[in-house]
Design a protein around this ligand. Structure first.
Ligand SMILES: [Fe+2]
Length: 249
Protein backbone atom coordinates (compact mmCIF):
# COMPACT_ATOMS: atom_id res chain seq x y z
CA UNK A 1 0.00 0.00 0.00
CA UNK A 2 1.39 3.39 -0.83
CA UNK A 3 1.95 5.99 1.90
CA UNK A 4 -0.99 8.23 0.97
CA UNK A 5 -3.42 5.29 0.73
CA UNK A 6 -2.22 3.99 4.13
CA UNK A 7 -2.58 7.36 5.88
CA UNK A 8 -6.01 7.92 4.30
CA UNK A 9 -7.12 4.46 5.49
CA UNK A 10 -6.06 5.48 9.02
CA UNK A 11 -8.14 8.65 8.67
CA UNK A 12 -11.21 6.63 7.65
CA UNK A 13 -10.77 4.36 10.69
CA UNK A 14 -10.63 7.40 12.98
CA UNK A 15 -13.66 9.06 11.33
CA UNK A 16 -15.57 5.79 11.67
CA UNK A 17 -14.80 5.68 15.42
CA UNK A 18 -16.06 9.27 15.84
CA UNK A 19 -19.24 8.35 13.92
CA UNK A 20 -19.80 5.34 16.19
CA UNK A 21 -19.33 7.56 19.25
CA UNK A 22 -21.97 9.95 17.89
CA UNK A 23 -24.44 7.09 17.43
CA UNK A 24 -24.14 5.67 20.96
CA UNK A 25 -27.30 5.67 23.01
CA UNK A 26 -29.18 3.73 25.66
CA UNK A 27 -28.01 1.37 28.37
CA UNK A 28 -24.32 0.48 28.45
CA UNK A 29 -23.50 3.70 26.57
CA UNK A 30 -20.65 4.68 28.91
CA UNK A 31 -18.98 1.26 28.67
CA UNK A 32 -19.21 1.29 24.87
CA UNK A 33 -17.96 4.89 24.79
CA UNK A 34 -14.91 4.02 26.89
CA UNK A 35 -14.09 1.08 24.59
CA UNK A 36 -14.38 3.26 21.46
CA UNK A 37 -12.27 6.02 23.02
CA UNK A 38 -9.55 3.47 23.89
CA UNK A 39 -9.49 2.44 20.20
CA UNK A 40 -9.39 6.10 19.20
CA UNK A 41 -6.44 6.79 21.51
CA UNK A 42 -4.57 3.84 20.01
CA UNK A 43 -5.33 4.71 16.37
CA UNK A 44 -4.48 8.39 16.71
CA UNK A 45 -1.33 7.77 18.78
CA UNK A 46 0.06 5.28 16.27
CA UNK A 47 -0.94 7.46 13.30
CA UNK A 48 0.66 10.62 14.75
CA UNK A 49 3.84 8.75 15.65
CA UNK A 50 4.42 7.29 12.18
CA UNK A 51 3.66 10.60 10.47
CA UNK A 52 6.11 12.42 12.75
CA UNK A 53 8.84 9.77 12.48
CA UNK A 54 8.73 9.10 8.75
CA UNK A 55 6.16 10.94 6.65
CA UNK A 56 6.71 14.57 7.68
CA UNK A 57 10.55 14.36 7.55
CA UNK A 58 10.36 12.85 4.03
CA UNK A 59 7.93 15.54 2.89
CA UNK A 60 10.10 18.31 4.37
CA UNK A 61 13.09 16.88 2.53
CA UNK A 62 11.27 16.36 -0.79
CA UNK A 63 9.18 19.55 -0.78
CA UNK A 64 11.15 22.23 1.12
CA UNK A 65 8.41 24.88 0.89
CA UNK A 66 6.09 22.54 2.85
CA UNK A 67 8.11 23.15 6.04
CA UNK A 68 5.60 25.68 7.44
CA UNK A 69 2.71 23.33 6.75
CA UNK A 70 4.52 20.49 8.52
CA UNK A 71 5.17 22.64 11.59
CA UNK A 72 1.45 23.50 11.70
CA UNK A 73 0.61 19.79 11.46
CA UNK A 74 2.94 19.07 14.38
CA UNK A 75 1.17 21.73 16.45
CA UNK A 76 -2.21 20.20 15.57
CA UNK A 77 -0.89 16.79 16.61
CA UNK A 78 0.18 18.42 19.90
CA UNK A 79 -3.38 19.63 20.61
CA UNK A 80 -4.76 16.17 19.77
CA UNK A 81 -2.21 14.43 22.00
CA UNK A 82 -3.02 16.58 25.04
CA UNK A 83 -6.73 15.80 24.65
CA UNK A 84 -5.99 12.08 24.16
CA UNK A 85 -3.69 12.09 27.18
CA UNK A 86 -6.32 13.75 29.40
CA UNK A 87 -9.23 11.65 28.22
CA UNK A 88 -7.27 8.41 28.75
CA UNK A 89 -7.31 8.92 32.51
CA UNK A 90 -10.97 10.00 32.69
CA UNK A 91 -14.25 8.12 32.95
CA UNK A 92 -17.20 8.81 30.61
CA UNK A 93 -19.26 10.23 33.50
CA UNK A 94 -16.60 12.88 34.27
CA UNK A 95 -17.90 16.41 33.73
CA UNK A 96 -15.40 17.28 31.00
CA UNK A 97 -15.23 13.95 29.20
CA UNK A 98 -17.68 14.87 26.43
CA UNK A 99 -16.24 18.39 26.12
CA UNK A 100 -12.74 16.95 25.64
CA UNK A 101 -14.05 14.43 23.16
CA UNK A 102 -15.73 17.23 21.17
CA UNK A 103 -12.51 19.30 21.05
CA UNK A 104 -10.54 16.20 20.04
CA UNK A 105 -13.07 15.49 17.28
CA UNK A 106 -12.91 19.04 15.87
CA UNK A 107 -9.09 19.17 15.99
CA UNK A 108 -8.74 15.72 14.39
CA UNK A 109 -11.28 16.26 11.60
CA UNK A 110 -9.74 19.66 10.79
CA UNK A 111 -6.30 18.07 10.63
CA UNK A 112 -7.55 15.25 8.38
CA UNK A 113 -9.24 17.74 6.07
CA UNK A 114 -6.07 19.84 5.73
CA UNK A 115 -3.85 16.83 5.08
CA UNK A 116 -6.15 15.26 2.51
CA UNK A 117 -6.98 18.47 0.64
CA UNK A 118 -3.72 20.42 0.88
CA UNK A 119 -0.71 18.32 1.89
CA UNK A 120 -1.39 14.94 0.25
CA UNK A 121 -2.08 16.38 -3.25
CA UNK A 122 1.30 18.16 -3.12
CA UNK A 123 3.05 14.99 -1.97
CA UNK A 124 1.41 12.98 -4.75
CA UNK A 125 2.64 15.51 -7.27
CA UNK A 126 6.19 15.61 -5.93
CA UNK A 127 6.81 11.89 -5.22
CA UNK A 128 6.64 9.10 -7.80
CA UNK A 129 4.74 5.87 -7.10
CA UNK A 130 7.91 3.90 -6.24
CA UNK A 131 8.81 6.45 -3.58
CA UNK A 132 5.25 6.45 -2.18
CA UNK A 133 5.24 2.63 -2.07
CA UNK A 134 8.63 2.53 -0.35
CA UNK A 135 7.39 5.05 2.22
CA UNK A 136 4.18 3.04 2.63
CA UNK A 137 6.17 -0.10 3.52
CA UNK A 138 8.21 1.86 6.09
CA UNK A 139 5.03 3.34 7.64
CA UNK A 140 3.42 -0.10 7.82
CA UNK A 141 6.48 -1.48 9.61
CA UNK A 142 6.64 1.47 12.02
CA UNK A 143 3.00 0.92 13.00
CA UNK A 144 3.95 -2.39 14.65
CA UNK A 145 6.15 -0.76 17.28
CA UNK A 146 4.75 2.78 17.56
CA UNK A 147 3.41 4.07 20.89
CA UNK A 148 -0.27 3.21 21.40
CA UNK A 149 -0.91 5.97 23.92
CA UNK A 150 -0.49 9.73 23.82
CA UNK A 151 2.79 11.26 25.02
CA UNK A 152 2.30 15.02 24.58
CA UNK A 153 5.59 15.92 26.29
CA UNK A 154 7.73 13.64 24.11
CA UNK A 155 9.75 15.10 21.21
CA UNK A 156 7.93 15.10 17.86
CA UNK A 157 10.81 15.47 15.39
CA UNK A 158 13.74 13.21 14.43
CA UNK A 159 16.09 12.05 15.70
CA UNK A 160 14.82 12.53 19.28
CA UNK A 161 11.34 11.13 18.55
CA UNK A 162 12.81 7.85 17.17
CA UNK A 163 14.39 7.05 20.52
CA UNK A 164 11.44 8.32 22.60
CA UNK A 165 8.87 6.42 20.50
CA UNK A 166 10.88 3.21 20.66
CA UNK A 167 10.83 3.21 24.47
CA UNK A 168 7.25 4.47 24.73
CA UNK A 169 6.06 1.84 22.23
CA UNK A 170 7.49 -1.01 24.33
CA UNK A 171 6.00 0.35 27.56
CA UNK A 172 2.58 1.12 26.01
CA UNK A 173 2.27 -2.32 24.43
CA UNK A 174 3.24 -4.03 27.71
CA UNK A 175 0.55 -1.98 29.50
CA UNK A 176 -1.98 -2.85 26.78
CA UNK A 177 -1.18 -6.55 27.18
CA UNK A 178 -1.51 -6.33 30.97
CA UNK A 179 -4.85 -4.52 30.66
CA UNK A 180 -6.15 -7.12 28.18
CA UNK A 181 -5.02 -9.96 30.49
CA UNK A 182 -6.70 -8.32 33.49
CA UNK A 183 -9.96 -7.93 31.54
CA UNK A 184 -9.84 -11.56 30.38
CA UNK A 185 -9.36 -12.56 34.04
CA UNK A 186 -12.33 -10.44 35.14
CA UNK A 187 -14.51 -11.90 32.39
CA UNK A 188 -13.41 -15.44 33.34
CA UNK A 189 -14.14 -14.86 37.04
CA UNK A 190 -17.54 -13.41 36.21
CA UNK A 191 -18.35 -16.37 33.92
CA UNK A 192 -17.31 -18.83 36.68
CA UNK A 193 -19.50 -17.00 39.21
CA UNK A 194 -22.46 -17.09 36.81
CA UNK A 195 -22.05 -20.77 35.89
CA UNK A 196 -21.50 -21.67 39.57
CA UNK A 197 -24.78 -20.08 40.54
CA UNK A 198 -26.55 -21.73 37.61
CA UNK A 199 -25.18 -25.23 38.35
CA UNK A 200 -26.19 -25.02 42.00
CA UNK A 201 -29.67 -23.91 41.04
CA UNK A 202 -30.02 -26.58 38.36
CA UNK A 203 -28.48 -29.46 40.37
CA UNK A 204 -31.13 -32.20 40.88
CA UNK A 205 -31.87 -33.07 44.46
CA UNK A 206 -30.18 -36.34 45.48
CA UNK A 207 -32.52 -38.87 47.14
CA UNK A 208 -30.14 -39.09 50.13
CA UNK A 209 -29.90 -35.34 50.47
CA UNK A 210 -31.58 -34.15 53.62
CA UNK A 211 -31.81 -37.64 55.14
CA UNK A 212 -31.50 -37.32 58.85
CA UNK A 213 -28.66 -38.83 60.84
CA UNK A 214 -31.29 -40.71 62.86
CA UNK A 215 -32.60 -42.23 59.63
CA UNK A 216 -29.13 -43.41 58.72
CA UNK A 217 -28.66 -44.90 62.24
CA UNK A 218 -32.01 -46.77 61.97
CA UNK A 219 -30.97 -48.22 58.64
CA UNK A 220 -27.64 -49.42 60.11
CA UNK A 221 -29.37 -51.15 63.04
CA UNK A 222 -31.74 -52.99 60.64
CA UNK A 223 -28.72 -54.33 58.78
CA UNK A 224 -26.90 -55.46 61.91
CA UNK A 225 -24.71 -52.43 62.14
CA UNK A 226 -23.52 -52.77 58.63
CA UNK A 227 -24.22 -50.17 56.11
CA UNK A 228 -26.75 -51.20 53.40
CA UNK A 229 -23.92 -51.02 50.90
CA UNK A 230 -21.94 -53.64 52.89
CA UNK A 231 -24.95 -56.00 53.07
CA UNK A 232 -25.08 -56.97 49.45
CA UNK A 233 -21.48 -58.22 49.04
CA UNK A 234 -21.79 -60.53 52.15
CA UNK A 235 -25.05 -62.07 50.92
CA UNK A 236 -23.47 -62.59 47.54
CA UNK A 237 -20.45 -64.23 49.23
CA UNK A 238 -22.77 -66.59 51.26
CA UNK A 239 -24.61 -67.62 48.08
CA UNK A 240 -21.32 -68.29 46.40
CA UNK A 241 -20.14 -70.46 49.38
CA UNK A 242 -23.40 -72.52 49.35
CA UNK A 243 -23.00 -73.23 45.68
CA UNK A 244 -19.73 -75.11 46.36
CA UNK A 245 -21.13 -77.21 49.29
CA UNK A 246 -21.68 -80.93 48.49
CA UNK A 247 -25.38 -81.84 48.07
CA UNK A 248 -27.09 -83.68 51.10
CA UNK A 249 -27.54 -87.39 50.65
FE1 LIG B 1 -2.80 12.25 9.37
Amino acid sequence: MNAIALLKADHRTVQDLFDKLDQLEGQGRDKAKKALVEKLVRELSVHSAIEEELFYPEVKLGIPDCAGEILKSLEEHGVMKWELYAISSMEPDDDRYDAKLAVLRDATLHHIDEEENELFPRVKEAFDLAKLNQLGVALERAKKTAPTRAHPRAPDEPPANFVANLGAGVVDRARDAARAMMRRGERGASATRTSGTRSTAARPERPEAGRSTAGARRERSETGGRSPRAKAPRATARRAKGAHRAPAR
